[in-house]
Write a protein that binds this ligand. Structure first.
Ligand code: NCD
Ligand code: ZN
Length: 346
């Protein structure tokens, strides 16, 4: 098969940032994806419906003319989130979901939730109204090894949470471990996971062998090879429980190439090609549309996109860096040759 046409995909985990970077990076996502779940970890974070509405307007101003792209907004949960503002924001069509960052887990998560007990009322309302909870699934305890933080989060936080609230609709974002795959597979249809391109392509060696490579560093950090293989089986297996969420997370080149480099990989420019390469390598092209375009809308209870994207087998070199409206960012796969390219969108 040298060409593949799928319904237009959506990206269920995107960081667009703000200001000039927002202007620079939004076109890469809007060119390919119909909708995207927009992460709220700005400075300051998007914690209210009013802030989300204002941010949505700034995003729409950065969407190129003629694009039908729709940003789906999320609420950054804090210890002080108002269940009323959240439910009203959802009813008003401003919020699609809410995002749980354990405080200190990742980039701009300092105002995140310090204990699940503090958002119990918020979660009860979300369970009642069927509002999805997007979870950054890592514990932050300093005594837990960084490579174990996702598995420990599943044991200590997610499992008891779903036992208490069996109807809560949860997306375990950017799953990186066998434990995450097994947890999601064993859970009910109210639990799903997104998987990024980088966690399908690289294991932790990519970060650490032959020199330290800051552009392969993101959170949750890439794990051992056995985990990458489990993620590839989960993504390409045709199950509706795993779907596309790039976690595209742009940071200026100098902030990653630093003595204390930021976590995040900017993969938006070739994300769909990157995923398709994995499905091709796994001989699973027949499941690509399910992962990219069908399973996400089914989980979020939204219609699938009506238009389509066609990709063809063809060599494309990914640039070594990208100028995002004045900020230099190194994209995922920089300098590599991809074997697929987007032929048309219509
Ligand atoms: C994200 C960012 O830069 O905002 N970074 C990352 O490594 N993925 C935050 C996140 O999703 O954890
Ligand atoms: Zn993210």
């Amino acid at each position: 098969m040298n060409q593949i046409t799928i319904r237009r995909p959506d990206d269920w985990h995107v960081h667009l940032r703000d200001g000039d970077v927002l202007t620079g990076v939004t076109p890469y996502t809007a060119r390919v994806f119909g909708r995207a779940i927009i992460m709220p970890n700005l400075v300051p974070p998007v914690t209210t419906a009013a802030m989300a509405e204002a941010y949505r307007s700034r995003i729409m101003a950065a969407v190129p003319e003629g694009s039908g792209f729709t940003p789906l907004m999320t609420c950054y949960l804090t210890d002080g989130t108002s269940p009323i503002d959240l439910a009203d924001g959802r009813a008003a069509g401003i919020f699609t979901a809410a995002k749980l960052y354990p405080a200190g887990a990742t980039t701009n998560s300092a105002s995140g939730v310090t204990s699940i007990a503090n958002i119990r009322r918020v979660l009860e309302v979300m369970e009642r109204i069927g509002m999805p909870l997007c979870v950054h699934g890592e514990v932050t305890d300093p005594d837990i090894d960084i490579f174990d933080r996702e598995a420990v989060f599943i044991d200590r936080i997610l499992t008891p949470l779903l036992r208490d609230m069996p109807g809560l609709r949860v997306v375990l974002e950017h799953a990186t471990t066998i434990q995450a795959v097994q947890f999601v597979e064993a859970a009910g249809s109210n639990v799903a996971a997104t998987i990024t391109p980088q966690h399908l392509h690289i294991n932790r060696n990519a970060m650490l062998v032959g020199g330290i490579r800051p552009h392969a560093y993101c959170l949750p950090v890439a794990k051992r090879e056995e985990h990458r293989l489990a993620l590839r089986r989960a993504a390409t297996g045709g199950s509706g429980k795993f779907f596309l969420g790039t976690d595209t997370a742009p940071h200026a080149r100098h902030l990653k190439e630093s003595g204390c480099g930021c976590a995040g990989i900017f993969n938006a420019p070739h994300a769909l090609e990157s995923y398709l390469t994995v499905f091709d390598e796994e001989n699973a092209l027949e499941h690509f549309e399910q992962f990219a375009s069908l399973a996400g809308p089914a989980f979020y209870r939204l219609p699938v996109n009506e238009d389509s994207v066609t990709l063809e087998r063809s060599e494309v070199v990914v640039p070594g860096e990208i100028d995002a409206h004045g900020t230099t960012i190194v994209p995922f796969h920089a300098g590599e040759t991809m074997g697929w390219k987007i032929l048309s969108t219509n």
